[in-house]
Each structure stands twice: as C-alpha cells, then as structure tokens.
Write a protein that binds this ligand. Structure first.
Ligand code: HEC
Ligand code: HEC
Length: 170
C-alpha cells in the first residue's frame, strides 16, 4: 500500500511536468474592444508581452504603425491605452514570460516591438532563418503561425508547429 502511494506520487509529478505547457505563459486577452481594434490586421498580442512604456510608444505612433495607419478614435485610444497599461508585463510579473521579457530589457531602453526584445530574440535563436521568413510565416511577429495556442497565452514547446517543418523537437 505504501508503495502504491509512493508510485502514485511519482507518476503524478511526472505527469505534471510533461503537461507544464498547459500553464499560461502570459495573461490572455479579455477585452473585446482590443480584439476589434488591434487584432484586425494581426494576432491580438497579449499586453503582458511588453512593458507599459513600450505600449505607450506604440500607441503614440499609431498613425505610423509599422508602415500602416492604425489610428483610433480619441475615446478608443484612451480606453485601449489604459487597458494596455493596466495589463502590461510589469503588472503581470507572476506570469513567467512577462517577467522574463521585462528582465531582458536593458535599463533605459524601450523596445519597438515584442519580437525585437532580447528575450524573444534569444528564445528564437535556434530557429533556421527560412523557418521564419517563409511565406506562411513572414516574420517573427506572426506568433500564431507557429504557436498554435498563442491566443490562449500559451507558448510552450508542446504546442509549437512550424509550417512546412512540423513540430519543434528541441
Ligand atoms: C491597419 C492594420 C493594423 C492595425 C489596425 C494594428 N496594427 Fe499592429 N501591426 C500592423 C503591422 C503591419 C505590423 C507589422 C507586423 C505585421 O506585418 O503584422 C504590426 C505590428 C504590431 C506589433 C509588433 C509585433 C512584433 O513584431 O513584435 C505590435 C505590438 C502591434 N502591432 C500592436 C498593435 C496594437 C496595440 C494595435 C491597436 C491599437 C494595432 N497593432 C493595430 C498593422 C496593424
Ligand atoms: C517561425 C515560428 C515561430 C514564430 C513566428 C514565433 N515563435 Fe515563439 N517559438 C518558436 C519555437 C520553435 C520556440 C522554441 C525554441 C527553442 O526551444 O529553442 C519558440 C519559443 C517561444 C517562447 C518560449 C517558450 C518556452 O517554453 O520556452 C515564447 C514565450 C515564444 N516563443 C513567444 C513567441 C511570441 C510572443 C511570438 C510572436 C511575437 C513568437 N513566439 C513567434 C517558434 C516561433
């Protein structure tokens, strides 16, 4: 009987380990206005993927947003600026990835995007260049092309599937 309990404990801990990717990496998006306004051209990047000062920088330059005009009506601008700030990475440090992203940014620097933060560059450094630049992906900004559960805030390795290459085996 003792052995059985012991065995159950071991099996449980193994199980927990192999399913660790079901833990949420960043807080999921829970704002419909954000989805309507900021996910019409691309994936709804979770606010917890950048610190507040980076969101402020992005919001200030919406008329020149990565080569396009993403300007908002003043009311929506206010609401979404507040949403991004309230849910930014430093407000979500209990989430592992938010914490790591913030920690990776050198003091005094404000990143222009998620994909150019030191943490993101490091995490994707083992990918071959053509995995990222191929037409089905286009660039590192296209999180959902490879992270099949990105919309849930889950970026674990179990849920990565690279177009034309398949599952990621580390
Ligand atoms: C008119 C289309 C459009 C709208 C609307 C739009 N974006 Fe973008 N955004 C782009 C383009 C184009 C890029 C560059 C990457 C790409 O081609 O998807 C981009 C990139 C980004 C990136 C950087 C991704 C990276 O590489 O890390 C962030 C963050 C971002 N947008 C946030 C927002 C937010 C917040 C809003 C809402 C206020 C918004 N976007 C609305 C077109 C848009
Ligand atoms: C071309 C496919 C691809 C794209 C696009 C991509 N990723 Fe990844 N990502 C990967 C792979 C593969 C790994 C695992 C790398 C490794 O283990 O060396 C990874 C790792 C990660 C990790 C670490 C996960 C872990 O458990 O260690 C995070 C967080 C992450 N990506 C977030 C993002 C975000 C956010 C975006 C968009 C801004 C993005 N990724 C775009 C393929 C991609």
């Amino acid at each position: 009987m003792k052995y059985l309990i012991f065995l159950t404990l071991i099996i449980n801990s193994l199980f927990a380990e192999s399913y660790s990717s079901t833990k949420t990496d960043v807080a999921p998006v829970n704002n419909q206005l954000y989805i309507n306004e900021c996910a019409s051209c691309h994936f709804a990047y979770q606010p917890g993927l950048l610190p507040a000062n980076a969101w402020t920088k992005i919001m200030k330059n919406l008329d020149k947003h990565f080569g396009t005009d993403a300007s908002l009506a003043p009311e929506d601008f206010q609401t979404l600026s507040k949403y991004l700030e309230d849910n930014s990475a430093e407000k979500n440090m209990q989430y592992k990835r938010s914490n790591r992203i913030v920690s990776s940014i050198p003091a005094g620097q404000i990143p222009d995007s998620i994909s150019t933060t030191p943490y993101m560059i490091k995490k994707h450094s083992e990918l071959r260049k053509n995995m990222i630049t191929q037409p089905e992906v286009k660039g590192l900004f296209n999180c959902v092309a490879c992270h099949t559960t990105a919309d849930k805030g889950i970026y674990g390795e179990r849920d990565i599937k690279i177009p034309n290459y398949g599952r990621w085996e580390d």
